[in-house]
Ligand binder design. Structure first.
Ligand code: ADP
Length: 447
């Protein structure tokens, strides 16, 4: 196992990784921007190194400073968390050249899955069902029109290098295609430095269902079931649960095994998520994330498997601690993403937390780096914590979640906690009856 791990991230995920390291007896190094000098991940780490000014590109994305911090502190490995450098193949490759272990898959796998066109082709080759669409990149209006009329409108144009719900445009009819194609290409070029776009069928009422996988880097892949992340705003997840209320055991096993086999065949190393849209009983691959995800705790709650521990084990050469036969699902878990934002306008609300009281009790987990007196800086993502609740079944989980939300007090800034209280009053949410458009409609009706 590693002696010392550097955590190249901030906020709740830096703490999450730090906890797993501590439980394995690994020393930790926190890196931080000047804005995060007082942050909890810095306070709890064995060592810390300031790597630059507040702007992410000068600190959390500053590869040279991060490698220097690693060398100064003698860390063996870097855990990238999610976001920032976690899916940067070049970063993983540079670490390899410096003899520092990247806690994640090989840079080749990151590269393949980072290009959504290549990812889709790879998935198809591995027997994973994909959304019908263009075979590769589309540049010409005429090609786009031909492909769209073959699959049938509406279609969605997506940037090959897109992420975070950006770089997508729905096209409803042929007369809109020319402008839509060229606009999406130029936006993609400006936002991602890659103007390649592809076309796929726009599914009208799908759910977003994703499968958590682990690979040993050789030939074994396992799955830890699915998460349902259909409640989204602007293609960003807000509320996630496991298992999905829409799947039965047979469907879960079937899609899970398709994913596990693909991961084994790829020789994939560590944790990953294969994302699908699910409609009318069919799964359609949309992308694979080659990292830990924000919503990973719901899987941990129903499997009792520490995903970061498994990542550390695989990266260090110790191998997975479990096989497919050891994975069992117990009860139901839900996660609410608590953002420092107004609960209905979603305007970011940085500032000082004057009073903080997190909920507790059986089956309640709060992953957060904030505390009373902490100032949420304005420079980063507005996620300040996650409330994750487990119950023996979905009803118990919902009741416990309501209780936990009622206990949760964060004063001084706006948070999205009241939104979740409203959601739990809704019958569709109570019944688990929603698709990826449900939340936006709910929010429109409310305003
Ligand atoms: P990103 O990498 O930006 O997260 P994804 O490909 O994972 O992009 O898509 C994000 C979300 O966009 C999905 O969860 C879904 O809500 C919507 N979406 C993507 N592709 C389609 C599609 N073919 N049909 C309908 N909605 C889609």
């Amino acid at each position: 196992m590693f002696n010392k791990v550097l955590i190249a991230n901030r906020g709740e995920i830096a703490l999450r990784v730090l906890r797993a390291c501590k439980e394995l007896g690994i020393s930790t190094v926190a890196v931080h921007s000047t804005a995060d000098a007082e942050a909890m991940h810095v306070r709890l780490a064995d060592q810390s190194v300031c790597i630059g000014p507040p702007a992410s590109r000068d600190s959390y994305l500053n590869v040279h400073e991060i490698i220097a911090a690693c060398e100064i502190t003698g860390a063996d490995a870097i855990h990238p968390g999610y976001g920032f450098l976690s899916e940067n193949a070049k970063f993983a490759q540079i670490l390899e050249a410096h003899d520092i272990t990247f806690i994640g898959p090989s840079y080749q796998h990151i590269m393949t899955m980072g290009d959504k066109i290549e990812a889709k082709q790879t998935a198809k080759r591995l027997g994973i069902p994909v959304v019908p669409g263009s075979d590769g990149a589309v540049t010409e209006d005429d090609d786009a029109k031909r492909i769209a009329s073959d699959i049938g409108y509406p279609v969605i144009i997506k940037a090959a290098s897109g992420g975070g719900g950006r770089g997508m445009r729905v096209v409803w009819k042929e007369s809109e295609m020319g402008v839509a194609l060229q606009t999406t290409r130029s936006e993609a070029g400006a936002a991602f430095g890659d103007d390649a776009v592809y076309i796929e069928k726009y599914l009208a009422k799908p759910r977003h269902i994703e499968v958590q996988v682990l690979g040993d880097g050789k030939n074994v892949g396992i799955h830890l079931g699915e998460r349902d992340c259909s409640l989204q705003r602007r293609h960003q997840k807000v509320f996630e649960e496991a298992n999905s209320p829409a799947l039965n055991e047979e469907q879960r096993d079937r899609i899970g095994m398709v994913c596990a086999n693909a991961i084994g065949e790829m020789g994939y190393s560590g944790a990953g998520t294969i994302e699908f849209l699910y409609e009318d009983g069919e799964f359609y691959f949309i992308e694979m994330n080659t990292r830990l995800q924000v919503e990973h705790p719901v899987t941990e709650m129903i499997t009792s498997i520490d995903l970061v521990n498994e990542q550390l084990r695989v990266a260090s050469g110790a191998g997975l601690s479990v096989g497919q036969q050891d994975i069992a699902f117990t009860g139901h878990a839900i996660e609410c993403r608590i953002n420092a934002e107004h609960p209905s306008t979603f305007v970011p609300s940085p500032g000082k937390i004057t009073y903080y009281h997190p909920p507790g009790g059986l089956g309640v987990r709060v992953d957060s780096g904030v505390f009373q007196g902490y100032s949420v800086p304005p420079y980063y993502d507005s996620l300040i914590g996650k409330l994750i609740v487990h119950g023996r079944n979905r009803v118990e989980c919902l009741m416990r979640l309501r209780r936990a939300l009622d206990e949760f007090v964060v004063d001084g800034i706006d948070t999205t906690i009241p939104l979740f209280r409203d959601l739990l009053d809704n019958q569709d949410v109570q019944m688990g009856d929603y698709d990826i458009h449900w939340l936006e409609k709910f929010l429109d009706e409310k305003s």
